[in-house]
Ligand binder design. Structure first.
Ligand SMILES: [Zn+2]
Length: 410
């Protein structure tokens, strides 16, 4: 059978759920030696591998999940570069790009992104799509067709990223209504400086709209170096006032890093209480925020992952932009993201909380059927790399094989 097979591999201990642990060999980097068999696209057996003084030559990961991307603008850097590499520059070049945007161009970028992502080992992606009041609706019909077209290989989730005002217009309400069928997500931007009263009003309307159609919300919030946590504080105020339960994701949440530790932990508790999920996006934050041309600035805020996790907030790490005005590098490659993120944020790959933010939290964020743990009965969806230790994973020339439902993807 083509979708059956067997491999001896190392798996990070926290990513595999194994019944018989008596003879399990776990090395000092928390990699355990196992034998994995699969039949008809699902894992049929997972057992400890007992080879004294010999390690398998592979590390097996579950296929990855991208918690936050922008497939509508990826690969536009060549035509729309932002050579100053700052937030304002990115925003203004982004607006230039919109003037020439067509459905055809968006689809072309999206397909290029999805094909790269599948090849590199992703199984699901949440992508924000720039959305405006005077934009035709045909892009959405086509995007949902694309979602269907790729569904056997990759699960795709869309967020309509628009100014908050959009959600109180007729087109905004119409789109929200259509999302109740297609399972789209309402998006927006809350970044200071903003008018507090006006923002409370707009956020309230957006939350009520989401509640009406049972939709989720995913906000680009506090992607800023000023007024630490201003957006989050307003959001918490709105939720308290409305007393409704809308699933909310805070993407970025960078500036709270500038608050005192106690305040971060207190805010973290409130975020956890409201079941708000957070997506940290270190690559774009480190690239764009507080970008100085003459000094080497290390004051670049990113969501304080460890403090938030300590407050029991479910934090995912995402890649954000790929080769567009906001970030000039990347290629929908989870290993590139991990290689940058681990040293940047001092995250140990041999620790459960690190891998949880890359594999397990994103699965919860996207409400995927499979939690991402390798276990008997899980999909045979693997990325197997030629490696025996973490240093091999984070080096160049990494050789990988991607298995989708038990079949090798070529
Ligand atoms: Zn983004």
């Amino acid at each position: 059978m083509s979708n059956s097979g067997k491999v001896e591999a190392l798996i990070p201990r926290c990513l595999c759920s194994i019944e018989n642990i008596n003879n399990l060999n776990i090395d000092f980097e928390d990699l355990c030696s196992v034998s994995v068999s699969w039949e008809n696209g699902f894992v049929s057996e997972l057992k400890p591998l007992k080879i004294k003084n010999k390690k398998p030559n592979n590390i097996l990961f579950p296929r990855f999940i991208e918690a936050h991307s922008h497939i509508d603008k990826s690969f536009t850097w060549d035509q729309f570069p932002n050579l100053k590499s700052n937030y304002d520059g990115a925003l203004s070049v982004n607006l230039q790009e919109h003037k020439t945007r067509t459905t055809e161009k968006v689809l072309e970028r999206a397909e290029k992104s999805l094909n790269s992502a599948i090849k590199n080992g992703y199984r699901a992606i949440r992508s924000h799509i720039d959305t405006y009041q005077y934009q035709g609706n045909d892009v959405w019909a086509e995007l949902f067709k694309l979602q269907k077209k790729y569904s056997s290989k990759l699960q795709l989730q869309f967020v309509a990223l628009s100014p908050l005002e959009f959600w109180q217009t007729e087109s905004g309400r119409k789109l929200a209504k259509s999302f109740s069928i297609n399972k789209g997500i309402l998006g927006g931007v809350v970044v200071p400086p903003f008018n507090k009263k006006g923002t409370i009003k707009l956020l309230s309307k957006m939350l009520l709209l989401a509640d009406k159609y049972k939709l989720e919300i995913d906000l680009h919030i506090d992607e800023s170096t000023t007024e630490p946590g201003a957006g989050l504080k307003v959001l918490l105020e709105v939720i308290d006032k409305l007393k409704i339960q809308v699933p909310i994701t805070c993407s970025h949440l960078s500036s709270i890093l500038f608050l005192k530790e106690k305040e971060i932990l207190d805010l973290g508790k409130k975020i956890a209480e409201k079941k708000i999920k957070v997506v940290a996006l270190p690559l774009t934050n480190f690239w764009l925020l507080n970008h100085k041309s003459e000094i080497t600035s290390l004051k670049r805020p990113v969501a304080p992952i460890k403090e938030l996790q300590k407050s029991l907030v479910d934090v995912s790490i995402g890649s954000d932009n790929v080769q567009d005005p906001w970030y000039p590098f990347g290629h929908f490659d989870p290993f590139y993201m991990m290689s940058c993120t681990m040293p940047m944020l001092q995250l140990n790959p041999w620790e459960r909380m690190t891998l949880s933010s890359i594999f397990l939290a994103p699965s919860r964020l996207l409400n995927l059927k499979w939690d991402g743990l390798i276990k008997k009965g899980c999909p045979a969806d693997f990325v197997i790399v030629d490696a025996q230790r973490w240093a091999d994973v984070f080096s160049s020339n990494l050789k990988r094989k991607v298995f989708i439902k038990g079949d090798l993807h070529c």
